[in-house]
Design a protein around this ligand. Structure first.
Ligand code: SAM
Length: 119
C-alpha cells in the first residue's frame, strides 16, 4: 500500500501492482490517467520527458519555490497539465492512496546523506 504521509513514509513503500497494457491504445490510456507524484522535482527534465512520452498527470513537488516558478513558466505553454507545488516531501499534504505511482530521482539521496538525516 502506498501511504502519502510523511515520517515513516519510506518504510511504507511497497510495490502492489504491476500494470501491463495489452494494446498501444490501452498503454496510451493508462499513461494519461496514471497519477504520478515526483518528489523533489528540482529543475530536472524528467517530468517533461515523461509528459512528452504520454504521462499527462504528474504532480511535481519541491520546497524550492524559485525552482517551481521556473519550471511552471518553462512548461506553461507546452505542458500545461503538469502541476508544480511547494511542499516538504517529509510532510506530504495529499490523501493516502491518491497517487498511483511515486517517483524520486536523487531526492532521497539528498535527504539521507546529510549529517542530520532523520531516516
Ligand atoms: C538532488 S536534487 C534532485 C532534483 C531532481 N529530482 C533531479 O533529478 O535533478 C534534490 C531536490 O530535492 C529538493 N528537496 C530536498 N529536500 C526536500 C524536501 N525535504 N522537500 C522537498 N524538496 C526537497 C531540492 O530542492 C532539490 O530540488
Amino acid at each position: 500500500m502506498l501511504k502519502a504521509q510523511g515520517g515513516d513514509f519510506v518504510k511504507e513503500l511497497q510495490v502492489e501492482t504491476v500494470i501491463v497494457a495489452d494494446t498501444p491504445e490501452e498503454s496510451t490510456s493508462i499513461k494519461q490517467k496514471m497519477k504520478i507524484l515526483n518528489l523533489g522535482c528540482g529543475n530536472s527534465v524528467l517530468s517533461e520527458q515523461m509528459y512528452d512520452d504520454g504521462y499527462k498527470s504528474i504532480w511535481n513537488i519541491d520546497y524550492s519555490q524559485s525552482c517551481l516558478d521556473q519550471m511552471s513558466e518553462r512548461n506553461a505553454t507546452l505542458r500545461p497539465e503538469l502541476v508544480w507545488t511547494a511542499m516538504n516531501i517529509t510532510d506530504l499534504k495529499y490523501e493516502d492512496e491518491f497517487f498511483d505511482m511515486i517517483i524520486d530521482k536523487s531526492t532521497l539521496d539528498c535527504i539521507v546523506c546529510c549529517p542530520q538525516a532523520f531516516l
